[in-house]
Design a protein around this ligand. Structure first.
Ligand code: NDP
Length: 283
């Protein structure tokens, strides 16, 4: 019997003819190198999660650890939350400001000395400084752009050359539904999060031949401190009616998407924007 393989019912490829194919691209799919991109062993790969000690980032750090990665979770200043997270999970925590390029370079160097080369990077850290544009200050604008957009350069640039040299990498950026659709009172945040998507689409093209995928996830309303700080009456009356599934998302639901995009199984997915918003906005 000829062996059939593929990724699901609609994509059964005859492996023996693919290996003998005159088409280099089809042969490469089943070469030893090609197979590694379809199935492989990610146990022990080093993953860095920015803002990985709280909220969505904490769920991502835990899910990656559970999946077998060596995880470094970074944070900005909440030492108590980071210490509690480290004690509960055993995950290493590192403190630096993602809006500071030199701090990112030094911090990543330390992570690599402690754990090994960074193969998976989750750009998750983010803040809000909301206000209507006619009242928005320069500080509100620059803090959000620096933390939510410039951080992608600051964190990714220092690990990019290593990923290229090793011919493998996963960069996953946590953008937002509000970067896709825009949100009143969040011109700064929506601009930065839309910028994250542009970053992903351009960098994915540069990384593709080097085995590096670059993707964005756009969460909708997720039940973290950021959202649970909103008056429950407002959540009930104004927010939930906008979400077709009728509930907030859970951080673990974003984390599971990250684990998939980080895996070898997701090697053909790059430059994509995955919406995880309960049907609130279908981009
Ligand atoms: P949280 O406020 O719960 O956690 C934010 C994390 O980022 C913390 O670990 C924080 O560190 C860290 N952080 C903030 N600023 C910096 C900085 N300058 N340098 C380093 N680390 C920093 O946020 P969420 O979990 O809610 O959000 C995570 C990401 O998901 C963000 O990018 C956010 O924009 C995005 N998102 C969230 C949604 C939601 O509904 N919650 C919806 C859509 C997108 P520390 O603990 O020290 O403060």
């Amino acid at each position: 019997m000829r062996s059939m393989t593929g990724e699901g019912p609609g994509l059964a490829i005859d492996k023996s003819s693919a290996e003998a194919s005159p088409h280099p691209a089809l042969r490469a799919t089943f070469s030893r190198k090609g197979r590694r991109t379809l199935r492989g062993n990610h146990m022990g790969r080093v993953a860095v999660v920015t803002g990985g000690s709280r909220g969505i980032g904490a769920a991502i750090s835990k899910a990656l650890k559970q999946a077998g990665y060596k995880v470094a979770a970074t944070y900005a200043g909440n030492d108590a939350a980071a210490a509690k997270f480290k004690e509960e999970t055993g995950i290493a925590v590192y403190k630096w400001d993602v809006s500071d390029f030199d701090a990112c370079t030094a911090g990543l160097k330390q992570v690599e000395a402690d754990l090994g080369p960074v193969e998976v990077l989750i750009n998750n850290a983010g803040i809000t400084k909301d206000g209507m544009f006619h009242k928005m200050t320069r500080d509100q604008w620059y803090q959000v752009i620096n933390t939510n957009l410039n951080s992608l350069f600051n964190m990714t640039r220092p690990v990019w050359e290593g990923m290229r040299a090793r011919k493998f990498g996963r960069v996953i950026c946590i953008s937002s539904i509000n970067g896709q659709k825009g949100q009143m009172g969040q011109v700064n945040y929506s601009s930065a999060k839309a910028g994250d998507i542009g970053f992903v689409k351009a960098l994915a093209q540069e990384g593709a031949r080097a085995g590096i995928t670059v993707n964005a996830i756009c969460p909708g309303y997720i039940a973290t401190e950021m959202v649970l700080a909103i008056d429950p009456a407002v959540v009930e009356k104004n927010i939930l009616p906008q979400i077709p599934v009728g509930r907030l998302g859970q951080p673990e639901e974003i984390a599971r998407a990250v684990v998939f995009l980080a895996s070898d199984d997701a090697g053909f997915i790059t430059g994509s924007t995955l919406s995880a918003n309960g049907g609130q906005y279908m981009a």
